[in-house]
Design a protein around this ligand. Sequence first.
Ligand code: PEP
Ligand code: MG
Length: 766
Amino acid sequence: MQETLANVTDLVAKRLDADVCSIYLIDTDPEILTLMATIGLDPAAVSRVQLRVGEGLVGLVAQQREPIALVHAREHEGFRYFPETGEERFESLLAAPLVMQNATIGVLVIQTVDPRAFEKSDVELMQTCAQLLAPVVVNAQLLALMSISETRRAEITSSLTSTTGRFPDANRSPSRTEQNVELRGIATSRGVAIGPVYRVDDPVDLDHVEYLPRESLAEEREDLLKALAETRSEIEEAREASGVRFGPEFAAVFHTQIQILEDKGFVDNIDEAINLKKNALLALRSVLDTYRETFERIEDEYFRERGADIIDIGHRIMENLLGVRSPVAPMQPGSVVVVDQVLAGLFARLEMDQVSAIVAEHGGSTSHGAIFARTLEIPAVTGASGIMNEARQGEVCIVDGATGRVYLQPDETLIDYYRGAQREHEVAIAHLDALCGRPAETLDGNSVTLSANVGLLNDLRQVDQHGAEGIGLFRTELLALAHRGFPSQEEQEQLYRQVVEQMAPRPVTIRTLDLGGDKGIPNVGMPGEENPQLGLRSIRLTLENRRAFRASAFGPTKLLFPMISNIEELREAKALLEQVQADFEKKGLEFDRDMPVGVMIEVPSTAISADIFAAECDFFSIGTNDLTQYTLAVDRGNERVAHLYDGLHPAVLSLIDLSVKAAARAGIPISVCGEMASNPLSVPILVGLGIGELSLVPAAVPFAKEIVRALDGREVAEDARRALKASSAQDVHKIAASRLLGAGLLDHPDIGAWLRNFVDEASGFP
Ligand code: PEP
Ligand code: MG
């Protein structure tokens, strides 16, 4: 550790042409910075000079996490003089914080004898050095740990992970005493949760951790076997938990991993490697590399993709071997997950049955992760800027998914208030669910089909509970995300068959694989793209990976092609379907020859040329999530432009109108399956435009039904006409809000209070 730091200070001093370079680190006390290495100051001061975070210039940099560059350091009000360092000779100072996984771990400082006005490039270089140095320091600390006894190692790792903020899930600011710290984000998934914070940070970079083996081979072997056993029981727990919560197909992600760990050959290979290398980490790495390379060489894509499991499992074993976890703490029941971004893969990674809510620093409300949260009825707030900085592992957090409010360390009064809100929400849902048999019909007798958007077998419970009339969108990519690769034909067949059989006689619309964009998974040949939302996603990706294109019918099933943007894609997709059907025919397998085939309208070109597509398909389903993003040029997952993302924009409505009219001319049905249908303000406008089916997250079905039942078909048709001519989305909001108000919905005993938020906001009330 000392050697590493000495090398670094020497290097930085030379690189930046400075007389002094010092490194201050936070050790076991998160409030104290200690001078750990220096070139240029008195070496005797090392380990002796200590200052509090916030104290002196160095403390200030640690506190503010911003670099500081001063020509005359002494003139700064924060300057503090440490006589033991002999630093009085130095005039100028440039310091940058060492930050790792969002936590300050120290400060890198240079000083010069002659006054020097540091240039922007100096500051940038210093920051780069600090960035590079931070993991080196952490690794050096880990390395130092490995050379001490196991008990001491465990003591230190647990104290490091729980108190110092140096590891991912650490307590970031233990000195915070204030209560009811409020953060605002985007209201992404309704519901209230109160529970302990569970931070999900990026894992420590284990590939670059150096490792000192123990003295005897027997001890090394013992350590490694223990790590293997620990890993296995962790994975088994995760498999069980996700199987219960999501259904067996989701648990499949863990099968391969357990198989690897149980494989005698794998254990024997490790044993052999450890004899040879006398180092558990090197032995593990070499075995994993061989396995991974072997898998990658296999022709069959499905097996090749299992390489990802090897990498993942290797990571888990290494973490156990090194005694560092990311995150360390087991998840407590009812946890509020705090994460940088809700990526779809998160749902495969976490023990979701323990999660009561999700709060994300970034992201908007229609990213795929956000949609999954809504489908699973997990309250969520996204774009909660500052949450990664503020939230401490284990502290109590309130999440209000309907308003986008998040409170850290709430007091009893606030907790009581939100417990009340939680009860009210649950009572309203229970009440509406009890009435779920009533038809979704307008006052003048027009019926609107309300179906559900789902992606997992277990979602079907929600479909029944909330009274959806069928599945308007089955997102098949969840299975692929759980597998982190294309699932096999058999697995797909099994899942779709169960869904269709369970739903029968209600119809199921199965969408072909819609990966890419923000639904990235490794190993399906998706190259890094500069603009993934405009890249090889959805039907484009599927047509390039034809073996992923499978569909079968076991009941009233419709097939839906996502992201069709030109007629050739539709023709190509249909030709593939015909090939599969001809194959079935040859094999004598049963299938529905008249299975309706639909096109998703989610690209403006398709809406504009809707007549052309209507002539060659059996139904339309409008994906307003993407249609809005592509029409308004607003990334659906970027919270910084979320205020510009609005499905009620008149331009988006015009495209919906074009599609509705084309569908009517061709005599084919049309539905909306984007998230916009869950927004109460959209319901009168979409019904008014002539949409006959809304497909929503299951929990939104009863709410939409109450709205539909209060509307008059002629009135909303007039609203829609006005909305198409409106000059802004805001004006459309006002039209819709006054309809909800005029329909008396604000007095509704179950949904009135909730609707008031939307109406007030549309009318410009705070
Ligand atoms: C849409 O784009 O509106 C849609 C329903 O598809 P997804 O959200 O899965 O992209
Ligand atoms: Mg889409």
